[in-house]
Design a protein around this ligand. Structure first.
Ligand SMILES: [Zn+2]
Length: 171
């Protein structure tokens, strides 16, 4: 990695509901449908996903995303987790790019353990992107008492679907 300076992601300070609705809209705009491929979304945006071994991660690179410029970014994922967790992570990193890069307007990095507010915002984005509220409520009603079924529909972990259901007051 070059010695180029990257500024740290700063919070955008939009509220949870605003960010979620914005993420759901963005997903629609990108032609993303529930359970769809996120790699394609990243590619369409000009980004790249880089899988790293545990050794790479501990050596480096506490960055989770590095934005070199508009339509030019790399998302770093550990190569030893599972697909559902990766999907939430990818959506989370897309959130950093969409919410935080326009404010930085300069090469930007978000770290694995960045400021709490910045991380919340990216998580709200991921939840809204992967599990839009209206669709989530519908699936929840369709699979009563079967959060695993809801999680499968959106291809997220059961933990992520459970958190979403709680946040929407369904559990
Ligand atoms: Zn983050």
């Amino acid at each position: 990695m070059s010695k180029q300076c990257f500024c740290e992601a700063e919070p955008c300070h939009a509220g949870k509901a605003t960010i979620e609705a914005f993420a759901a809209d963005f997903a629609k705009k990108m032609g993303y449908q529930a359970g769809g491929e996120l790699e394609m979304v990243v590619e369409q945006m000009g980004g790249k996903i880089v899988y790293q071994t545990f050794a790479d991660l501990s050596r480096s690179l506490d960055a989770s995303i590095r934005v070199m410029g508009s339509g030019n970014f790399e998302i770093y994922l550990p190569d030893y987790t599972n697909a559902e967790r990766d999907r939430f992570s990818i959506a989370h990193e897309i959130g950093h790019y969409i919410l935080h890069y326009p404010l930085a307007n300069a090469p930007m990095v978000a770290r694995r353990f960045g400021s709490t507010r910045v991380e919340w915002e990216a998580n709200w984005f991921a939840a809204g992107f992967l599990m839009p509220e209206a669709a989530f409520r519908k699936q929840f009603a369709r699979h009563p008492k079967n959060i695993a079924g809801v999680a499968r529909h959106f291809r997220v972990s059961t933990a992520a679907a459970t958190a979403r259901a709680k946040a929407l007051g369904l559990l």
